[in-house]
Design a protein around this ligand. Structure first.
Ligand code: RET
Length: 258
């Protein structure tokens, strides 16, 4: 039985300025994104504000985690490579919240299996990130097994988004909500599919791209997947709320449902 040698990685402050610049871009970008989303929240009807609350929660967690990454908190040295554990802590918390925010657009409250659908997505997502983290820590003997398990979870998530949830939103959500859901689901899945690819090319996989490039790509992807996604979602809910004719205490999503 061969196990990976894991030791805490310390004393590398300022070792790679370029990597830390990207991590600062992540920190500041997530911080500014949080402010922007919070401002946008004040312009929403109070019944719709939960969309912005979840979006701000996501960017605040990411800003915190990027600040931890800048300071190398949770970095581990595994077989000569740096594993950034804080990244996985961020992902395990924020990716379920991203799926939740998508479901809060797709599934009006009258959808009976709404809680069950959200719970299944959250479970699959946590499984994907935890097994992905194991793939990052594992040695060559078991790495690919963990990678495959994580990817299978991602494929099932994509299937649920494109088949079962799409069917529900088309039948109960009405044309406007279906259109918004499709835009958000495509935007989200295209970005999410890039993560296993960069992982594969980067230091945890084949080592074809450097640690610095990997950090740059993750920073850009994270900003698009969190701040970009949040702005797209909240802005569109705001736009739709004008035409939805919602009653007092009724959300725009419920008002648009057939
Ligand atoms: C890993 C490696 C193992 C295989 C798979 C992965 C998928 C990761 C994903 C991450 C998404 C992160 C997001 C962050 C937002 O800021 C763990 C890279 C499938 C999909 C959306």
């Amino acid at each position: 039985m061969v196990t990976a040698k894991v030791e805490v990685y310390i004393n590398h402050k300022g070792e790679n300025m370029d990597t830390s610049s990207w991590l600062w871009i992540g920190t500041i970008g997530m911080g500014l994104g949080s402010l922007l989303l919070a401002l946008l929240a004040t312009t929403l009807r109070k019944e719709d504000r939960h969309h912005a609350t979840v979006a701000v929660g996501i960017t605040v967690i990411a800003a915190t985690s990027y600040y931890a990454l800048v300071h190398n908190f949770g970095d581990l040295m595994v077989a000569g490579n740096t594993v950034q554990s804080a990244r996985y802590v961020d992902w395990v918390l924020t990716t379920p919240l991203l799926l939740l925010s998508l479901c809060l657009v797709a599934l009006p409250s009258k959808v009976k299996n709404r809680v069950w659908t959200i719970a299944s997505l959250v479970f699959l997502d946590v499984y994907m990130i935890v097994t992905g983290y194991f793939a990052t820590l594992a040695d060559a003997n078991t790495k690919w097994m963990w990678y495959v398990l994580s990817s299978v979870a991602l494929v099932i998530i994509a299937y649920m988004l494109y088949v079962s949830i799409m069917k529900t939103v088309k039948s109960v959500g009405g044309a406007k909500l279906s259109k918004l859901y499709t835009t958000l689901a495509v935007y989200l899945s295209v970005l999410w599919l890039a993560y296993p690819v960069i992982w594969l090319l980067g230091t945890s996989g084949q080592g074809k791209v450097s640690f610095q490039t990997e950090n740059a790509v993750y920073a850009v992807l994270d900003l698009l997947a969190k701040v970009g996604f949040g702005l797209l979602l909240v802005w569109n809910i705001k736009k739709l709320s004008d035409s939805a004719n919602a009653k007092t205490d009724e959300t725009t999503v419920d008002a648009l449902a057939k």
